[in-house]
Ligand binder design. Structure first.
Ligand SMILES: O=C(O)CCC(=O)C(=O)O
Length: 273
């Protein structure tokens, strides 16, 4: 389901860019909702929408509105987007779980996001695994960063390519503003997706434009990841989700094949067996 070139790129660098993966009308709808929701204080967002960190207490952080998929069907379509899912299915061995859909705004005033992930003081998080075998790439914790705006060079997502496999600490002089080859600034256009393993050392440079940077971070893990058992459909808001999304959120054993996976594989013309 991933092409040979995509596997090569993802394995070597820890991310791939899926160009024009999201239909323009869905991008426009998400921008519209982002502008509406981001203009409201947390107290006026309809539950279960809320900020990851309330901007009243954290005015300098980029504002990330979590549970966006409960707020509008466009975010449910996004979490099941065919381009994203053909890669997520490959990378999770057909055992995906939807963890989070967060609509994030960075303004010129927002703090930059320092490097995190990758080699972390000699200890590698066992829940954030990365392996390659049998011509397959395997990653247990993925982030699809869907850009709703064109990102200019010099700001937005940065990473240390290949750091998802590194075994040595990053030199202290390497930071989010360092140059290639150590640090790469990925600058998607509206509708592009940067799909990366959370094992990759990554962060974000300060936003430089007057109009905000809008990104939807759609996070997936393997369905059997037991470190996120609390991520289940929220009982009192379950009626806002379609059946496919509800199933995608469920924890399931690694031998269990979700119906939504078979449905997606069939749609993609792949053999569900
Ligand atoms: O804003 C970005 O592109 C970086 C976001 C990030 O670091 C994360 O989602 O873990």
């Amino acid at each position: 389901m991933m092409t040979e070139e995509e596997k090569w790129h993802f394995d070597l660098f820890g991310y791939i860019v899926l160009k024009e993966a999201i239909p323009t009308k869905d991008v426009q709808r998400m921008v519209e909702l982002a502008n509406q929701w981001q203009a409201l204080p947390d107290s006026q967002l309809s539950t279960p929408l809320r900020s990851y960190r309330d901007p009243v207490d954290y005015p300098d952080l980029p504002r990330s509105i979590v549970n966006a998929h409960y707020g509008d069907a466009v975010f449910q379509r996004l979490a099941l987007n065919g381009e994203i899912m053909r890669c997520v299915l490959h990378l999770t061995g057909n055992c995906p779980k939807l963890l989070a859909v967060s609509l994030t705004q960075n303004t010129k005033e927002s703090d930059e996001v320092g490097f995190h992930g990758g080699f972390d003081g000699g200890w590698r998080n066992p829940a954030n695994d990365y392996q390659v075998a049998d011509n397959k790439v395997f990653a247990t914790f993925l982030n699809a960063a869907v850009s709703l705006v064109d990102v200019p060079a010099g700001s937005g997502f940065v990473c240390v390519p290949g750091s998802h496999k590194s075994h040595f600490p990053k030199p202290s002089n390497i930071n989010i503003y360092s140059d290639p080859p150590q640090v790469v600034n990925v600058t998607p256009k509206a509708g592009d997706v940067v799909l990366f393993t959370e094992a990759l050392c990554h962060g974000a440079r300060r936003w430089t434009l007057e109009t905000p940077r809008l990104t939807v971070f759609v996070r997936y893990s393997t369905s059997y990841a037991s470190w996120s058992p609390e991520v289940q459909p929220i009982e009192e808001h379950k009626d806002k989700l379609n059946e496919d999304i509800c199933e995608l959120i469920q924890v399931a054993g690694f031998q269990h094949r979700k119906q939504i996976v078979n449905k997606l594989l069939t749609e993609m013309g792949a053999d569900p067996a």
